[in-house]
Design a protein around this ligand. Structure first.
Ligand code: FAD
Ligand code: NAP
Length: 582
């Protein structure tokens, strides 16, 4: 990794500098946005709270961290050379490899020189007179920019539940999303892990190999499908690379933004034997595509019950102790919370030193000096891991004081739940863009696809604003309201809106309960963005000296002419607006 001249803790604060754009965050979103801005000739500064690029993959270094969208699809598609030259080693790449990829992208496209690391943006205020954003960081930087782009991530604000007695615990406490860079050796230690979401499920089997005792505190049992991870052979990689653009195009036409075999037939129309065969085959393929076994699984409760029961039978067949197996069997809708993908998760509970503690009815009472107390019982521990997730979608926005027109803050505007037009911008906050913001497919799509589409669309919009000499753009409230209503309406069609997941902010007490991502499907959303653009950025007020109703001069980036995969999957094809999503 090339050293960054800007990665200097002692650097002098940047005061009064003026940029065309300031980008907050240097994960995949911030990196690609910087690349596009520079390509358009804009001046830009990126601020990143972490010490280097990579975002999620910089912070989440817990044992076993890896992607669960296949690596050959969980990667940028904007550069055919990059696609051809980068070799993924495994079906699901481990965190260090994904981080190496992010660093490779930063170096290859010479991005570091415009990024300040170890610098957190604390405030961004729209100056109505000057029509620009004033941005302040914890390093003393005070700069202004015409555009401010939030690339702060959907899963980047760690959730630290306020456990009673937290400070009394004498050992170290870790959060999976803020893992020490030097790693942690659990050899011979009594380890407690709180949570059974994706992060816990990936790390538990590995930590169990080191710890002398592992106690898992489970509030909600989780469905998980085996990853069947494997090394990728050169032959396999070559077969994809022989026509990578075709795979990318197929992926974009899918509601999830990634490609896998999907059976459109409804489970309710299959016989029990057919279903069993189909689920078994899908289980053997493994991973998130398991949800592609039938087309109605996320829409019909009766259909969902059949896959849920299959998954429970799998748990019971793997976990030897019947009481532990029952505790591990979820009783909620299959795939309602984000489906987990594992390697040996349920098998881990067959190890004699691994114990499961149910905290669903009697929550964690407190941290003691030497462990955790639940229901009057003390569990002795040397170290505790909080795999307690994130303040999803809006958590990193909440940490920045973002002030728009008339002194209104974003936190005030979003108090009852986030409101944004297409998830890209919000009324009252001119020239502010939100990459994978609430109201866009974001976490319901393969996120690098979602990021690229947003960045391209925003970059085209900014180029248009410059070309026509406009000063500001901003969603019109009516259009924003209509979109927010549409996002809510579509979510009701899916069983996913029915449970207490982080998609609805329910993982953290006190957060508004709103289904935040757009569940209508990635290609449907892309088509809507394209229409908005080709209709002269319909739904946006464009103001400034030469602004008018000029049609955009920018051309739709060819790869975003996404066809709906009507024959196979589309809202129209599956009972009304129903869209299968994983
Ligand atoms: P992030 O990677 O979260 O980057 C945001 C950056 O903004 C961070 O580096 C943060 O430090 C910085 N930042 C935030 N606030 C500030 C501030 N105020 N000032 C300065 N900097 C700030 N998605 C998938 O599609 N497939 C997967 O397999 C997958 N696996 C995942 C595994 C884990 C463990 C997690 C947590 C998420 C996973 N995701 C996955 C989602 C993942 O977050 C996205 O795929 C993607 O990496 C997001 O990139 P981003 O740039 O939008 O956000
Ligand atoms: P998560 O899915 O939100 O899981 C957090 C876990 O902590 C849940 O089991 C939750 O229980 C529990 N928890 C939270 N507060 C608690 C409390 N006060 N007491 C007891 N338990 C508590 O978080 P995550 O596992 O970090 O994953 C977040 C998202 O990141 C995933 O859904 C996925 O999108 C992404 N991710 C992907 C991968 C991958 O495989 N590629 C890996 C990690 C993360 P409840 O369910 O009851 O709230």
């Amino acid at each position: 990794m090339a050293p960054s001249p800007l990665n200097e803790p002692e650097r002098r604060p940047e005061v009064d500098a003026v940029f065309d754009a300031v980008v907050v965050g240097a994960g995949f979103a911030g990196l690609y946005m910087l690349h596009r801005l520079r390509g358009l000739g804009f001046t830009a500064r990126v601020y990143e709270a972490g010490g280097s690029v990579g975002g999620t993959w910089y912070w989440n270094r817990y044992p076993g961290a890896r992607c669960d969208v296949e690596s050959m699809q969980y990667s940028f598609s904007f550069s055919e050379d990059l696609d051809q030259q980068w070799d993924w080693s495994e079906k699901y790449a481990p965190q260090p490899e994904i981080l190496a990829y992010a660093n490779h992208v930063a170096d290859r496209f010479d991005l570091r020189r415009h990024i300040w690391f170890d610098t957190r943006v604390m405030a961004a205020s729209f100056d109505e007179a000057a029509k620009c954003w004033r941005i302040e960081t914890d390093h003393g930087d005070q700069v202004s920019a015409k555009f401010c782009i939030m690339a702060v991530g959907c899963l980047s604000a760690a959730n630290h539940p306020p456990f009673r007695g937290r400070q009394d615990f004498s050992g170290p406490v870790y959060h999976t999303g803020e893992w020490p860079h030097e790693g942690v050796d659990f050899t011979g230690l009594r380890v407690g892990i709180i949570g059974t979401g994706s992060s816990a499920i990936q790390s538990i089997p590995i930590i169990a190999q080191q710890a002398c005792a592992l106690t898992v505190f489970q509030r909600t049992a989780t469905y998980s499908v085996p990853a069947w991870n494997e090394k990728l052979t050169p032959e396999y990689r070559s077969s994809i690379k022989a026509d990578y653009p075709a795979l990318r195009a197929k992926a974009r036409a899918r509601p999830t933004g990634f490609y896998f075999p999907f059976n459109m037939k409804p489970a309710s129309e299959a016989t029990e034997e057919e279903r069993e065969r189909q689920y078994q085959e899908a289980w053997e393929r493994g991973g998130l595509p398991f949800l592609g076994a039938y087309g109605d699984l996320l829409f019909e409760k009766a259909a969902n019950d059949t896959i849920a029961e299959f998954a429970r039978r799998k748990i019971r067949s793997i976990v030897k102790d019947p009481a532990t197996a029952e505790l591990l069997c979820p009783d909620n809708v299959f795939g309602c919370k984000r489906l987990c993908v594992d390697t040996g998760y349920f098998e881990t509970y067959n190890l004699p030193h691994v114990k499961l503690v149910d905290v669903s009815k009697t929550p964690i009472e407190r941290f003691m000096a030497d462990g955790i107390e639940v229901n009057g019982v003390g569990y002795p521990l040397d170290t505790i891991i909080c795999a307690t997730g994130f303040a999803a979608m809006t958590g990193s926005f909440d940490k920045i004081r973002i002030t728009g027109r008339n002194g209104v803050t974003l936190a005030e505007k979003w108090r009852a739940g986030p409101r944004a037009y297409l998830g890209v911008a919000t009324a009252g906050f001119p020239n502010l863009f939100t990459i994978t913001g609430p109201g866009s497919p974001s976490v319901l799509a393969s996120m690098i696809q979602a990021i690229e589409q947003h960045v391209d669309w925003m970059a085209d919009f900014m180029a248009h604003v410059r070309d026509i000499g406009a000063a500001t753009i901003e969603p019109l409230p009516d259009f924003e309201d209509e979109w927010v209503e549409h996002v809510n309406e579509v979510s009701k069609v899916s069983l996913r809106s029915t449970c207490s997941s982080w998609y609805v902010g329910a993982n953290i007490p006190g957060r508004p309960r709103v289904f935040m991502p757009y569940i209508g499907g990635f290609p449907v959303y892309v088509q809507k963005c394209n229409e908005v653009m080709t209709n002269g950025f319909e739904g946006f007020a464009i103001e400034g000296a030469n602004a008018g109703n000029e049609a955009p001069r920018v051309q739709l980036t060819e790869r975003w002419r996404v066809p709906l995969d009507i024959e196979v999957i589309s809202p129209a094809a599956v009972a009304g607006r129903r869209v299968p999503v994983v």
